[in-house]
Design a protein around this ligand. Structure first.
Ligand code: PGU
Length: 409
């Protein structure tokens, strides 16, 4: 028989979020009261949007769908790297011209692009990640063979860069790999920490010194409210020589199910050997991806019109309002927490406890699903991530139920 890809063998556990869903189901199956309105489980676990599509953005997609039903408006496969009009609008509106339309490619979401980007560098590449961070950076790297298996609390080929309260959630840059890849997510999932301009400048400088490439994940950029904080790595001019940026309409426009994102690969970005990374990115995308849905892209265009931008602002404000409530509830319980001000996640500390154990306790006592911090890396042990994606009523009810933690905490 065919041999299993050894890189798959290296992945030790299932992906974080299906594992959480499995534990939720297991709990629900043995607790019939969860089927009642009063006992129902509320999810503050996976960061999945809950509010309906907004009027203008939704109408943009409806219009496109109807057009597809006409001879004049029908379109099949689209332009290779996405609708040029959308690439232009992203470059002009979201990057104020700091990147060129040809450098923006349209995708079916940031996660999918992260997976495809990993093909650029292949097995054997040294990888560094913020610890904690979105698990796809590590798991995806292991899948392409970039990490040589599990060792102690992490994979051999991955450098975990702790980002904790002690270092202001910003890593020790002297540990960046040479000729490697550094994943950097800001606002960070799960801590909610946003790198300052000064911190990003030092990251870019360190990457240039080490001839490494930063894969910058800006999926939560639209949640930044502090005007002093950078929304893109390209706010640091030199980043054009060392950084790729992935981003998404998932969270700001409620497109987690619609699926639309983008990636910026600057034209001047080169491998050690001098070849263009942008050219290879085009080669990969045209080979293993056939473009984002035309209906989703119409939604993206609508999102970048004045009405759409206003709608995204109010949608992100809504989730930030939830974050404020969750943070207040945790603070009231004397639970140490950060995040939520410029991001939809709150990172709460339960000293000396095991993350999965706290996850189970919150599920059992409050019927609230959360995400165990250790799922984001070894430095996440003893932490819980609370997601602010939820209906306001559910979030309020979850906050009330969290009071039940008082007895033991
Ligand atoms: N990047 C970051 C940092 C994310 O947190 C997420 C979603 C994505 C990318 C995915 O974006 P798409 O454009 O929708 O592909 N993180 C969520 C959902 C879980 C998951 O597996 O993607 C979370 O709860 O962390």
């Amino acid at each position: 028989m065919v041999k299993r890809n050894p890189s798959i063998t290296n992945i030790t556990a299932g992906y974080l979020f299906p594992e959480i869903a499995r534990r939720r189901q297991e709990y629900a199956a043995s607790h019939p009261e969860t089927a009642t309105a009063k006992g129902r489980i509320i999810s503050l676990g996976i960061g999945n949007t809950t509010e309906p599509l907004t009027t203008h953005i939704g109408a943009g997609m409806v219009k496109e769908a109807l057009m597809l039903g006409t001879e004049a408006g029908y379109s099949g496969y689209g332009e290779d790297m996405g609708l040029m009009k959308l690439r232009e609008e992203i470059a002009a509106i979201l990057y104020q011209g700091k990147v060129k339309a040809e450098e923006v490619s349209i995708s079916d979401g940031a996660k999918c692009d992260i997976g495809r980007l990993q093909l650029l560098f292949g097995p054997g590449v040294d990888v560094a990640v913020q610890d904690p961070s979105y698990p796809v950076y590590v798991d995806g790297s292991v899948l392409i063979g970039a990490a040589g298996g599990w060792e102690g609390s992490g994979y051999k080929g991955i450098t975990y860069l702790p980002c904790t309260a002690e270092n202001d959630y910003f890593p020790d840059l002297t540990r960046l790999p040479r000729n490697g890849i550094v994943y950097f997510c800001s606002p960070n999932n799960p801590t909610g920490a946003v790198a300052t301009r000064k911190q990003l400048s030092s990251l870019v400088e360190a990457a240039l010194q080490k001839d490494s490439i930063i894969i910058y994940d800006a999926a939560y950029a639209e949640f930044i409210r502090d005007p002093a904080l950078p929304k893109s790595i390209y706010e640091i001019a030199e980043a054009r020589q060392c950084a790729i940026e992935v981003s998404s309409f998932s969270k700001p426009a409620g497109f987690t199910g619609v699926r639309l994102g983008w990636t910026v690969v600057p034209l001047e970005l080169r491998y050690h050997s001098g070849e263009s990374i942008n050219a290879d990115w085009n080669r990969i995308c045209t080979t293993v991806f056939n473009g984002a849905s035309n209906i989703a892209q119409a939604g993206g265009l609508a999102a970048l019109e004045q009405d759409g931008l206003r709608e995204m602002r109010s949608l992100t404000n809504y989730y930030l309002g939830n974050a404020k409530l969750i943070r207040a509830a945790l603070t009231h319980l004397d639970i140490d927490c950060v995040g939520g001000g410029n991001s939809p996640y709150i990172w709460a500390r339960f000293p000396g406890r095991d993350s999965w154990e706290v996850f189970a306790e919150i599920l059992e006592k409050c019927q609230v699903v959360t995400t165990p911090g250790v799922g984001f890396g070894p430095a996440g042990q003893s932490f819980i991530r609370f997601s602010a994606f939820g209906h306001r009523g559910d979030v309020k009810e979850a906050c009330r139920r969290l009071e039940r933690l008082k007895e033991t905490h």
